[in-house]
Design a protein around this ligand. Structure first.
Ligand code: C2E
Ligand code: CA
Ligand code: CA
Ligand code: CA
Length: 281
């Protein structure tokens, strides 16, 4: 058995090494991709379910790799978070999105009421120049802090780390919105809901799957929405893929939603025409 164990180790070791090498190669490629303009932001609308009116745009990063093609963030954001590269990606995303918003503010009627949502990872809260960067870029672009919302996962918002908590409080103090992302996928959400420094909650798409067909699921979602309301927070449900789901959510009193049913994330140059389109109810 012992010799077999050793054999296993020998068989296993190369693939472990390969996986590690593959990851570090990908990290190096991501860094150079960031430096050579392979990253871009797509934007997905957040809509008022009653009218289909766009009330927000969420910026989502995309990586166009010369050989791999379009790489989705679920593959490279975790890697970027592990390697710390997320800090540079976040800095780039702000520098990209806010001037873009400034341009839209100038051409889209009523745009100043539309909020720009930017995802923020935990590590970015410890970026020393975050507050100055956010405040400075907003001022330079002539954007009111209220037009910017940071989406932060509940695990981050629940932090007991005083440094992160202070940064969150200061971000809130600037006047930017803070939103709990992926609500329903973490832990302890309920007990913390009332004390989190946030004003809106993005309900994770996994919670609404089956809502159209399953009455039990509907009751459950109704309770979750009630819980969010009773904490004094506004809910946005994400991952709405069908008109049936949108209709059910509307019946449950859900005001805001996001999902492929309304629009997939689109490149920046396709955003203005979204405002001319009517979204299906
Ligand atoms: P997220 O913040 O929860 O973003 C929502 C994800 O759901 C997006 O995936 C979006 O394209 C997808 N989605 C939207 N509507 C639907 C739908 O109806 N059905 C389904 N199945 N999916 C839908 P995406 O763009 O691949 O992003 C994945 C994650 O990567 C994001 O999850 C976010 O956590 C992270 N991410 C993306 N961009 C950034 C960024 O700039 N900074 C940071 N820190 N994280 C980012
Ligand atoms: Ca998000
Ligand atoms: Ca989410
Ligand atoms: Ca997510």
């Amino acid at each position: 058995a012992k010799s077999r164990g050793r054999n296993n180790v020998q068989l296993f070791a190369p693939s472990m090494l390969e996986a590690t090498q593959e990851r570090s190669r990908m990290a190096a490629e991501l860094r150079s991709g960031l430096e050579t303009g392979q990253l871009s932001l797509y934007y997905q609308p957040v809509v008022a379910l009653a009218t289909g009116r766009i009330i927000g745009l969420e910026a989502l990063v995309r990586w166009r790799h010369p050989e791999r093609g379009m790489v989705l963030p679920d593959t490279f954001i975790p890697l970027a978070e592990e390697t710390g590269l997320i800090v540079d990606i976040g800095r780039w995303a702000l520098a990209e999105a806010l001037p873009q918003l400034k341009a839209w503010n100038a051409v889209v009627p009523g745009m100043r009421d539309v909020k720009l949502h930017v995802n923020l990872s935990a590590a970015e809260l410890l970026r020393k120049d975050l507050l100055d960067d956010v405040a400075g870029t907003l001022t330079r672009c002539g954007i009111a802090p209220e037009q910017l919302v940071f989406e932060i996962t509940e695990t981050v918002l629940m932090t007991r780390e005083t440094e992160e908590a202070q940064v969150l409080a200061k971000l809130g103090g600037l006047g930017v919105g803070l939103q709990i992302d992926d609500f329903g996928t973490g832990y302890s959400s309920i007990s913390y809901l009332r004390s989190l420094p946030a004003d809106t909650v993005k309900v994770d798409q996994s919670l609404i799957k089956g809502i159209d067909a399953d009455e039990g699921q509907r009751d459950f979602v109704a309770a979750v929405l009630q819980l969010i309301r009773s904490a004094g927070l506004q809910a946005i449900v994400e991952g709405i893929e069908t008109g049936g789901e949108a209709g059910r959510l509307r019946e449950l009193g859900c005001v805001y939603g996001q999902g492929f049913h309304f629009s997939r994330p689109v490149p920046a140059d396709a955003v203005v025409s979204l405002f001319n389109a009517d979204f299906p109810p």
